[in-house]
Ligand binder design. Structure first.
Ligand SMILES: Cc1cc2nc3c(=O)[nH]c(=O)nc-3n(C[C@H](O)[C@H](O)[C@H](O)COP(=O)(O)OP(=O)(O)OC[C@H]3O[C@@H](n4cnc5c(N)ncnc54)[C@H](O)[C@@H]3O)c2cc1C
Length: 339
């Protein structure tokens, strides 16, 4: 059912994800993106903070660009569960009618956005990599890879409100903090008791094993099919160790069984935005590029001068990786006094 009075809906909202009293990086990134959208629409930007004892995070939401913060602070919201969070966010949207609602494309964001959009009977574009707005029609231009990543599709939500999108972490820059910036805080009750919820969290078990924090890495040394075998990742490991970086991989290398899927960068892997990204023996298929092309500096090492990765690279070294990588590692070791 289409919403009749689209103009009743005003303002851009960013759902603020957090853990341990800290706002998730993706929510800070979205406050930056949301600010741009709100400015183009000449409307307000609001952060939506749901949880237990969340008051301390309010100043940070303002410092990252919000004009308003909607808060529901309730012990029932201490840990994420679909029902109470959906209930809280749905009621806020029904009451205050935002034009746009943005969330991180995280495990939580994907779950909550789907549940809320379904209840609101509005559209949701998942996993966007770009957001813009047409100020005339006030439509949010929600761009994401489509058809297996072979094209980028821009999706519009013409007849329903709010326009909802999730955005992948690390595809948008974090806005700088604006010290002392403040605004209006609107507090609401959750209106749901523990007894009303069927699910209980009995215990939280931390995942063990070697964690790969690709999305937080500042230097990534990634390898692809050009490496020719699992044993050759050793060359990349030496370069990564020298620079204090983390390994990464293309899907071809993962599918060949040379490295675990935790290291995969791209559309069906992790989206990364390091300071330096080395793409070694990686051709630069669109599904790989969407996961790394916003890195600050991209260094491509490839024997093919026409490989697509060369077009997005800041620096390209055309040559055989088996010669180039050891020489580069050696040179960095000398420069960094590690030889
Ligand atoms: C739905 C879907 C989702 C996908 N998701 C992802 C994803 O998340 N991430 C991802 O990476 N891919 C993904 N892919 C796969 C993607 O389309 C490509 O197949 C893959 O990225 C190719 O990996 P590659 O660059 O390592 O291999 P290739 O394309 O085979 O490239 C190998 C490169 O190595 C170079 N090379 C070879 N030997 C040397 C040498 N000795 N020295 C220097 N260079 C050398 C070659 O010139 C070539 O450019 C997806 C595909 C689909 C359909």
């Amino acid at each position: 059912m289409a919403v009749k009075n689209l103009e009743e809906y005003q303002g851009v909202w960013v759902f603020i994800e957090h853990s341990g009293g800290e706002i998730a990086p993706v929510s800070r990134e979205l406050l930056g993106a949301g600010r741009k959208v709100a400015d183009k629409l000449k409307t307000e930007l609001a952060g939506v903070l749901l949880g237990s004892k969340v008051e301390e995070m309010i100043p940070e939401v303002f410092a990252r660009g919000a004009d308003k913060v909607y808060v529901i602070d309730d012990p029932v919201l201490e840990q994420y569960r679909t029902k109470p969070f959906t209930h809280g966010l749905f009621n806020l949207v029904q009451k205050y009618k935002p034009e746009v609602v943005l969330m991180g494309a995280t495990t939580l964001g994907r779950d909550l956005s789907g549940a809320v959009a379904t209840k609101l009977e509005t559209g949701l574009t998942a996993d966007c990599t770009e957001l813009d707005v047409d100020p005339k029609s006030r439509l949010l231009l929600q761009t994401r890879p489509a058809f297996g990543g072979n094209i980028m599709a821009t999706i519009l939500c013409r007849r329903h409100r709010p326009q909802m999108a999730t955005v992948r972490p690390r595809v948008m820059p974090e806005p700088p903090r604006q010290e002392g910036r403040t605004g209006q805080v609107i507090r609401e009750e959750l209106g749901l008791r523990e007894e009303d919820i069927e699910t209980q969290i009995v215990e939280v078990i931390e995942e063990k094993g070697k964690a790969v924090y690709l999305d937080k890495a500042e230097i990534i040394v990634a390898g692809g099919r050009g490496l020719g075998g699992a044993e050759n990742f050793k060359l990349l490991e030496e370069l990564a160790d020298t620079l204090g970086g983390t390994l990464g991989a293309s899907r071809a290398a993962v599918e060949a069984g040379w490295i675990s899927a935790d290291y995969q960068v791209g559309q069906t892997g992790t989206t990364v935005r390091p300071k330096v990204y080395f793409a070694i023996g990686i051709s630069g298929a669109i599904q790989h590029l969407v996961g790394m092309q916003t890195s600050d500096v991209i260094v491509a090492i490839n024997k093919d001068p026409d490989a697509p990765i060369i077009k997005v690279a800041t620096y390209s070294i055309i040559g055989d990786l088996f010669k180039v990588v050891p020489a580069l590692t050696q040179r960095f070791r000398e420069k960094l006094g590690k030889s």
